[in-house]
Write a protein that binds this ligand. Structure first.
Ligand SMILES: [Zn+2]
Length: 305
């Protein structure tokens, strides 16, 4: 075909040959991504962790990096600049590939290397062919197709009872939570399913999401418990929009917001007690019965108060 005088090689022929080289290169990249630590470039060995961008690392390498951010040179910051502490990564729960032979020192290029891990749901190998995901709350790893199949089979009926009260705004997003098919941890199918080694466009999206979530993180302080409750509550509406109703149904958040409401009520009562009687008579509900004002006149009145 081509170059025999019968035809003139056109762009397609040239590009095709180039593609072959690209494909070989791509195969190497895929292998590097799925079999090796993104930071240390050593073979992936458990414990393996992933970050909000879905990259795979050996936990040891991350610890080494966090102890000394120079330890992997400039490359370290390029790969892991977004990892601030060990809390930014999640240890993955992986399923070992039963059909993988013990690691041979001379794995020939001719036969494809067996992946060390598989999806526990459909036993697809985690080798870059199938998209794989991990669940943020528990770290369990599944193939995307396997998880989807399970999630579809148990949708609305059972999940409706995990929703404490149906007052969530924004009917478009789904406030119910799914249960991890492996360990039963609750997760949000929109916000908590992170793709491993995502394609570049998705990585950008995941980075944007990570940045939004971080901008909503409460500022650290000493009085953790109370501050966390307050900040968590204040963050809720914005975070919901950003992450697709992530923790909307979290009962502890509901409890926290109740605590905050009570706190505010107490505060209000204290404030009222400190008011003068005259001002109090304007606001106070106790003597409201003897005045038959509408809220309109109340409004004009307070303006002069
Ligand atoms: Zn799980």
């Amino acid at each position: 075909m081509g170059n025999d005088g019968g035809s003139i090689p056109d762009r397609r022929d040239l590009v095709r040959s180039k593609k072959k080289a690209e494909q070989a290169d791509k195969a190497n990249q895929v292998r590097a991504m799925w079999f090796f630590c993104a930071l240390s470039k050593r073979l992936l060995q458990e414990p393996i962790v992933s970050c909000p961008l879905g990259k795979l690392y050996n936990r040891d390498a991350i610890l080494e990096f966090l102890l000394d951010r120079e330890s992997f040179g400039a490359e370290g910051e390029v790969v892991c600049g977004h990892i601030r502490s060990i809390k930014d990564v999640k240890t993955l729960k992986l399923t070992h590939n039963a059909s993988k032979s013990p690691p041979s020192a001379s794995s020939s290029e001719s036969q494809p290397e067996r992946a060390p891990f598989v999806c526990p749901l459909n036993f697809k190998e985690m080798n870059g062919v199938q998209p794989f995901v991990y669940l943020k709350p528990c770290g369990c790893v599944f193939s995307q197709s396997g998880l989807r199949a399970v999630a579809q089979s148990n949708t609305a009926p059972k999940s409706s009872d995990t929703q404490p009260d149906g007052d969530e705004a924004g009917g478009a997003d789904k406030p119910w939570l799914d249960l991890c098919p492996q360990c039963g941890t609750k997760y949000d199918r929109i916000a908590d399913v992170l793709q491993l080694n995502p394609p570049p466009e998705m990585e950008q999206e995941m980075r944007a999401t990570m940045e939004v979530l971080r901008s909503l993180e409460p500022v650290k302080s000493k009085s953790k418990k109370r501050k966390a409750a307050v900040a968590g509550d204040a963050d809720q509406p914005a975070k919901k929009k950003a992450a697709g109703a992530a923790a909307a149904t979290n009962p502890s958040i509901a409890a926290a917001s109740r605590a905050v409401t009570q706190e505010l009520a107490k505060e209000e009562a204290r404030r009222k007690a400190a008011m003068s009687d005259a001002v109090k008579s304007l606001y106070g509900p106790k003597d409201g019965s003897k005045r038959k004002e509408t809220f309109m006149t109340m409004g004009t009145f307070t303006r002069y108060a």
